[in-house]
Design a protein around this ligand. Sequence first.
Ligand code: C2E
Ligand code: CA
Ligand code: CA
Ligand code: CA
Length: 279
Amino acid sequence: VKGLFKNDYRFFDREMKFSNQRAFQVKNDLRMGLEKNQFYIVYQPKVSPNEEIVTSCEALIRWKHPEFEEISPAEFIPLAEEVGMINEIGDWVIENACKQLQLWKSKGYDPIPVSVNISPSQFLQADFVEKFWSYLDTYQIEPSWIQIEITENLFIDNEKYVQQILKIMRKRGIKVALDDFGTGYSSLAYLQKLDLDILKIDRSLISGVSDFPIKKEIATTIVRLGKCLGMKVVAEGVETKEELDVLCNHDIDEIQGYYYSKPLDVKAMTKVLKTKVLS
Ligand code: C2E
Ligand code: CA
Ligand code: CA
Ligand code: CA
């Protein structure tokens, strides 16, 4: 038995070393990724389920790494936060989403709101709002075309400051979504204090919602709660017709998930903009 544990330990050790090496290299390569234009954005449609039309979309970053190929943002965003590269990468996303919106507009498409994910440290930069407005100015973006998605950990230790900034942004017409609701501590106190526009129910609460009565109860209660507080409610990660039906019966505003569409490259998203329906 002793020997077995020893082996397990060694195996574990080797695995750890391997993933640490990769993390080390990924962290090192982030700057190169920016400089060599290896990042790009995909857009995932959000659908109004009653009319089945695409009403907005979320910008999601992608990285085509020369050696590791596609690296998921779930892997490299936390590493970018760790080494302080998230501000530059986050700025890159906002600027390029604005550029894309301007391009769509110039080609005669009716832009739909694009939401961008904002990491806490990015939001907390002293010049965050200033830079945000400068991108809107540069690319002539209407505030209603761009939304931000923040998570509740942003408020930890910074509640007053964050509220101030959000107030300024919302006053100018930027809609704010609370992302990943239902993970973390999901303090209900935040919800009533914060004056947010959109509540996004996390995928972990949506997946299997049609199979487990307790999940259904929780998800539909959150929908009702959001609506009571005057928010738009979005369900994330809807993959099946059964999940969709549960949510539609409860007055959900938007659905985002593989059931309707995976994130799309620019070309495919442009096609969607023409008709606002998914084929
Ligand atoms: P998120 O903000 O919660 O984004 C939703 C994630 O769920 C996306 O993963 C999306 O592709 C995935 N998803 C959507 N519908 C479904 C579904 O039906 N089934 C399944 N299995 N997955 C679905 P993605 O693009 O890999 O992004 C992962 C996370 O990385 C994001 O989670 C977000 O936290 C972060 N991220 C992505 N882009 C950015 C960015 O530009 N800035 C920052 N700060 N974070 C980003
Ligand atoms: Ca998000
Ligand atoms: Ca989310
Ligand atoms: Ca999520």
